[in-house]
Write a protein that binds this ligand. Sequence first.
Ligand SMILES: Cc1ncc(COP(=O)(O)O)c(C=O)c1O
Length: 416
Amino acid sequence: MKECGSINRKQLIEEYPVGTIFDSEEVDAIRRVLESGEALTRGPDVDLFENEFASYCGAKHAVAVSSCGAALHMATKILGLGPEDEVICQANAFWATFVHLLEREVRIKCADIDPYSLNIDPSGIERLITKKTKAIYLVHHGGNPADLEPIYRVARNHGLKVVEDCAHAVGAEYKGQKIGCDSDIACFSFSTHKNISTLGEGGMVVTNNESYAEMARGLRTNFPFGEKVKRNVPSLGDYHKPQSQAFMHAGDAWDYDWLKTNEFGSTFRMSTPQAAVGRVQLKKLDKHNSLRQIIANKYNEVIDGISGLRKVAILPDCRNAWYLFSFFIRPEAGVDRDNFINYLEAEHGIRTVLRYWPIHLGGIMRMHGHNLGECPNYERVWFEEQMSLPISPQMADDKINTIIEALRSVYQKLAK
Ligand SMILES: Cc1ncc(COP(=O)(O)O)c(C=O)c1O
């Protein structure tokens, strides 16, 4: 590769540290909570945010939590998955999508992706199902809705649950309806880079299943789950059951005999100020996603005009939330993807990202017997074709134009 000019780091156009826009409304919401004297956890804003988020998605229940990772962790507990079970997980999931499965020794079967949408390929799922399979874990990659109808059809036919990792897909739409509206369990992220943020961390479990929602509420707040029977003992030895309200949390020391414990919760709650900010952010979400859409349209227009590049395929009647803007080099163009990335950065100061490492090639997954060749479509795409450009509702036109010009210029330079 020819030596490239060097760009001062300050000039880099890269992924924005914050994926949303905060202004005085969020500051006012924090001030309101702090000045109200209400508890900084479990305050009324948490319930309100949950109701508003559930209704935005068109789902029955939303449970606010500390992160999407926590939500996914809880989903695995809700489904009671363990060492006897298998789960199908797409090859380009994020570590947080499946780390809790490893922790609980659930066997993971890696599903290849559709190289056009970057989402799980529904046609490859059935052959991975065995008697032990309990669930499908999918990611709406980059905010692009996965093809849910055939996936849920396979799941229903085989009695499987679907856990949707919607970390990228807040506000995305599948066939005219918001992602999360009809899910078994959908897990959202409001961390710093995401399309909306609850002050850097945060997440939501969304479900239409009443008992899943109830369990999620317990799991985020240290509850044990299992089998217990009611008992009514007036005393323990010489000690009498206190009647005062001061002892009301003495709980099952007096009232229950436990027969078996299955799961324990942890502290996975979202704080009240975070929820207050989330409510403001939710009102801005569609506007921010439209700003992302405008930028994506501009990038895609250029990509359409360059024969060796191709854009991400979006299903009809679907809306991408454009958390990531991914695109591809066509192999037949003869342009080396890594050179393309290096030139974009060295000569134009544009830093692309590659999301995500094929899960079956990670060290721990190889320890469990996974290896190269398991998901050939994703391996090819990840190693040779895919990359993502910076995209943010904060992006000014000059930055967008710099990227557009750079795409043309680098392609012309490298194309044979
Ligand atoms: C696909 C995916 N799933 C889960 C997560 C974890 O989200 P959080 O940081 O809210 O735990 C991320 C974070 O970027 C992600 O990209």
